[in-house]
Write a new protein. Sequence first.
Length: 118
Amino acid sequence: MTSIYIPDFEEFIVNSTTYSGTAASVAASIETDLVVVTIPSDSNFIILGGTATGMTDTIFKLYVGGTLKETLHNAWTDRNVTFKTKHKVSANTEIKITVEHTSTVLHDFYGTIIGSFI
């Protein structure tokens, strides 16, 4: 993982952008897109984090440009997860959060990607 220096980090938080997504009636053992964003060709973006939630034991994955950056698992004691990894993302790059569970019934999920255009 590459560390980036952000001199005025508070400015990015104040001017942040949130992308949301839902995945309804997700079947077991199928990795499903939850939130998908493609950075416009005239912009760069800093991922400040993200969240995901669902009502069953789940694996959530954060991808940047097709590369897996972070994997989180929720639990029955806390169904919410928070992505804390920071990444600088170039123009035309796809960012996505996926979801996969092993429950025997269909489930709904919700997620967000939080960041700032630079």
